[in-house]
Design a protein around this ligand. Structure first.
Ligand code: MG
Length: 390
């Protein structure tokens, strides 16, 4: 089962009027970087690499550097291949673009291996703890007209209610673009809109220094916020620890971290209560298993970050299926000791239309695909529709 070819795809879709902001940037488009690895006996595997960054750098890594090292290798050795390629990249690519490229390759190789055996990836990883996964909705970003405070707050409440009415049992809102007092008001507005029983998490995308994060963090305590995500920049380990020590809200982070080594440092730094590796950035399934072992041994629950296309969602579902409770109880509780799947609710046809079958929210959960490999099929027409020339 030797690797014959590696095709790369940059997918793009402009958001036009649906443009929105996080604390860091406007999102004028959604894009994804996909790879398709094909074996000599004709099995295709799909992978996705990266999240927020431009797709071209991981594409160049694969096309110019990694693909020539992969052609002709046996495809059903994803762990061996990751280790070989990581060792090759160590001196120049321990984080960032190279690991995003390796993540895409790794996911595609696990997809191939599963397809070759007729088994889903969660079976290859040792067996699923769950067949469906409770989803939390990510939304409540900032609209283009965020400076029109009354309108912004009114629409924020309506959006949050919409997620609750669609069956979400937990939602995550954005934070950090506006002054702390106004963003604290946004948290209050969302809590009021969804009522006391829906889980609420907040995500600052590292908008604050520790002092500011503690200020707004204290305002969250009365709203029963389940986690405060990326309060400070990912490099500021001391800041994480300061915030975590100062407030009674669990701290989440890790979407900007890479490989087991990055998560080792977050654990040793006692930075976070919830670890959020992104399968498409942190090293695919191969590193996921190692990160899970590491975080679990520190008593930290892992709830992956998911932002990409349907391939990223499928990978996360396969991965979460094999995540044990931290710690075990007879009836696990989502976000207390059970993971959830992040279900981005912003407009993204690459998530909703790229696969032949859509992910459906049923009773607040999404089923883990049971087909072989990732368990999903790419719609080639949609792939062509969103493919950008490169
Ligand atoms: Mg986040």
């Amino acid at each position: 089962m030797k690797i014959r070819s590696i095709d790369t795809y940059v997918l793009r879709t402009p958001l036009g009027q649906k443009r929105f902001f996080s604390s860091q940037a406007a999102f004028p488009e959604r894009n994804s970087f996909l790879v398709k690895i094909t074996t000599e006996d004709g099995i295709d595997g799909w992978g996705e690499g990266g999240q927020y960054g431009p797709p071209e750098p991981p594409l160049a890594c694969i096309e110019k550097v990694l693909a020539p090292r992969l052609i002709g290798r046996e495809a059903d050795q994803p762990v061996r291949i990751f280790e070989d390629l990581y060792s090759f990249c160590r001196d120049f690519g321990q984080k960032g673009t190279y690991i995003e490229a390796l993540s895409a390759i790794d996911i595609a190789l696990w997809d191939i291996w599963g397809k070759s055996l007729g088994k889903p990836i969660h079976a290859l990883l040792g067996g699923a703890f769950r067949t469906s996964i409770p989803a939390y909705g990510t939304g409540c970003y900032y609209p283009d007209h965020y400076q029109d405070t009354d309108r912004m707050l009114r629409e924020l409440a309506d959006e949050a209610k919409g997620y609750r009415d669609a069956g979400m049992t937990a939602i995550k809102m954005k934070l950090g673009l506006l002054p702390i007092d106004l963003d604290a008001e946004r948290i209050a507005v969302v809590r009021e809109a969804i009522g006391p029983r829906i889980g609420l998490m907040v995500d600052a995308n590292h908008a604050y220094n520790a002092a500011s994060a503690i200020r707004i963090g204290r305002s969250m305590e009365k709203h029963n916020v389940l986690w405060f995500e990326e309060p400070v920049p990912p490099e500021d380990r001391q800041g994480y620890r300061r915030v975590r020590d100062a407030i009674d809200v669990p701290i989440a982070g890790g979407e900007c971290e890479y490989t087991r080594f990055g998560f080792r440092d977050l654990m040793l730094g006692q930075c976070i209560d919830i670890a959020q590796p992104d399968l498409c950035c942190a090293g695919g399934f191969t590193e996921w298993i190692k990160i899970l072992a590491l975080t679990g041994s520190f008593g930290v629950l892992t709830v992956p970050h998911v932002w990409g296309s349907g391939i990223a969602v499928a990978a996360a579902l396969q991965a979460i299926a094999v995540a044990p409770q931290v710690p075990f109880t007879a009836a696990g509780v989502p976000l207390q000791n059970e993971p959830m799947i992040e279900f981005d609710r912003t407009h993204n046809p690459l998530r909703d239309d790229l696969l032949v079958e859509r992910f459906v929210l049923r009773d607040g959960t999404i089923d883990v695909p049971t087909g072989s490999g990732l368990g999903v099929e790419v719609n080639e027409d949609e792939l062509q529709k969103y493919s950008a020339a490169h």
